[in-house]
Write a protein that binds this ligand. Structure first.
Ligand SMILES: [Fe+2]
Length: 222
């Protein structure tokens, strides 16, 4: 989103919230990127607009790669060229990703810092094309950051989009991470992460099934 589009977006969302208040519970929100080195910019943005938000997610999409910041979730080819090639291995990219997620959990972004981490295992998006040699290679790092999420009273987004990505076919976070989060009592909130009307509610039943399998009774239905 361009900076000049932010305020119109919030005003438009608030207008829709008012207009449909009797029919739909609309919450005005943002998915906020954590990019190392840009903490003060994000903090300033949240201090300006945070009071107008009902909800927000904190995400890591970018790592420093070939030629600058690269999205981890653009395409398998871009993942290879922009990240795996300069880092030297898929393992090294995942290491950098989990380090950035831990920083996002720990960073001070002010009093409007989002309390929910989104698509925690986004680095798995192209896992069928770029697999880890050992899928449990980062177990220790992931458990440490789940401990940090628990200690800070944060939540996790249960993002169904990964189920529909052909090189992922797995919910974010991965089911083993979900199970560890459940053990720690970390709350989940379902998200479709859809970018179109067609995907609203996608994977909802599967998300419910996975939560139930992990030992949680989903509190609300659609
Ligand atoms: Fe995202």
């Amino acid at each position: 989103m361009r900076h000049e589009d932010l305020e119109p977006y919030i005003l438009h969302a608030q207008e829709l919230k008012r207009r449909y208040a009797e029919r739909i519970d609309i919450r005005v929100g943002l998915e906020v990127d954590y990019i190392p080195g840009y903490e003060s910019d994000v903090r300033d943005m949240l201090n300006t607009y945070g009071a107008q938000l009902d909800d927000a997610l904190l995400s890591v999409h970018f790592l420093e790669g070939k030629g600058g910041w690269r999205c981890v979730d653009l395409s398998p080819e871009d993942f290879q060229e922009g990240l795996v090639d300069p880092y030297g291995s898929v393992e090294a990219v995942h290491q950098a990703y989990w380090t950035a997620v831990k920083q996002a959990i720990d960073v001070d972004l002010g009093s409007y810092k989002p309390r929910r981490m989104s698509h925690l295992s986004l680095a798995h998006k192209f896992q069928l094309k770029h697999p880890l040699k050992n899928p449990q290679r980062f177990r220790r790092e992931v458990l440490e950051l789940l401990d940090a999420i628990q200690q800070r009273g944060m939540e996790l987004d249960l993002d169904a989009a990964g189920l529909f990505k052909p090189d992922c076919l797995e919910i974010y976070p991965a089911p083993w991470i979900m199970a560890e989060a459940v053990k720690r009592g970390i709350p989940f909130v379902y998200g479709s992460d859809t970018h179109s009307v067609k995907g609203v509610g996608q994977g909802f039943e599967e998300a419910q099934r996975l939560l139930t399998a992990a030992g949680i009774v989903p509190r609300e239905s659609r």
